[in-house]
Write a protein that binds this ligand. Sequence first.
Ligand code: AHR
Length: 490
Amino acid sequence: MNQLIINTQVTKGHIRKEIQGQFSEHLGRCIYGGLYVGEDSEIPNENGMRKDVVQALRDISLPVLRWPGGCFADEYHWKDGVGPKETRKKMVNTHWGGVTEDNSFGTHEFFELCRQIGCEAYVNGNVGSGTVQEMNEWVEYMTFDGISPMAALRKENGSEAPFPVAFFAMGNEPWGCGGNMTAEYYANEYRKYQTYVRQYGKNKIFKIAAGANANDYHWTETLMKNAGKYMDGLSLHYYTVPHTWKEKGHALGFTVKDYYETLKKTLFMEELITRHSAIMDQYDPEKKVGLMVDEWGTWYDVEEGTNPGFLYQQNSMRDAMVAALNLNIFNKHCDRVRMANIAQLVNVLQAMILTEGPRMLLTPTYFVFKLFADHQENELLDSHLLTGEIEEGDVKLPALQESASIAPDGTVHVTLVNPGLKDNQVVTILTNGLKPTHVVGRMLTGAMEDHNTFDDPDLVADQPFVSFTMTTSGLIATLPPCSVVHLAIR
Ligand code: AHR
């Protein structure tokens, strides 16, 4: 028996909507085919953007989208992607499959996509192979609303009004694909580049420094010490890889042991955030600098027969569990975690959506984001879970995991995860300070390998959750194995 105590009158921080952010890179079929098909495509589109995909993303209130990479960002030269499409320069996408990038999706198209989705823009600048001038001019091009060479060029290219750049990062993974730099060297580069990222008019850019690879605490320490006062956010990348980077394991056809090990590795996110935050606290006790987990999710071996550089993988209930565990962790750390961006939006790694020509399917991960959407812009509530452990071989996991928040209208939102594959979990929920009169539940559940295919796209989907009874002090709910439940309690 589990007990969840929620103190509905004690708040612990603001859950920014950007915690449910996404990432889209010029990689495989994420942009081309997944999001953008071009104006002349037979696939229904608005200004080249797939209508089916945009609608699905609107339905989960996608808050912010990172673009153009990833590793691609440090090879991207923005001027190649503006102006008439016929004359745009073609380049080789050396990181991702060596394919030709025709630059038909560039700055204007990205902001058009964000406009259609209704989300904020997070642009990642090029430090690795770009210049300070190039970055400075890009920001001027996007955001300056006066008389200047770059504003004039933007207008000539069809946009009279500047573009709203909410977030801007200086480089990506400078410790690796972004230039193989040391932390000390990058901290200086960051200081220099960010100087020329100007704030024009009312547009206030939130400046992000490229952060650590998983548990590289030295990176965070060095960046905070040497450049902390010049940044609004510092990123962190951590992927859940079931086995090793060389042989990662498959998205489907995995064992029960693989399942539990994947979830155990996912929960390492808790330790990572706690330890990086502790370092940040030393230099920034007021928590002005946000921790931006701007790449996370599962990374498996690519599906057989697909381009190894395209990182295409299926997505099962195991991925749904990974997503839910991470999103609950981010909620709990909302005092420091300002944004998180799952990698990636469509057709790449732990995607929300898979496409095949005109066909589209929603993955189990998509439905987890749907179940969590009501946490956006709420206040995190003080909550305590008394739960047991489940054991599988040498892996131990908590039998339940949760987070709770309160919306401006007073509704309490709880997201609970039962990661076990065998047992129901019964939980008594005490909502201190609130005597529930109305509860609505939704759930995602299935066998660990359940997934949607183009021939059977609706096998996994969220459904009403009714296995609860209300009590005078809260409710008692029964979660089936391998499930995520959202409760809206009033
Ligand atoms: O998301 C795929 C890649 O993973 C990104 O391009 C890079 O930043 C990371 O290594």
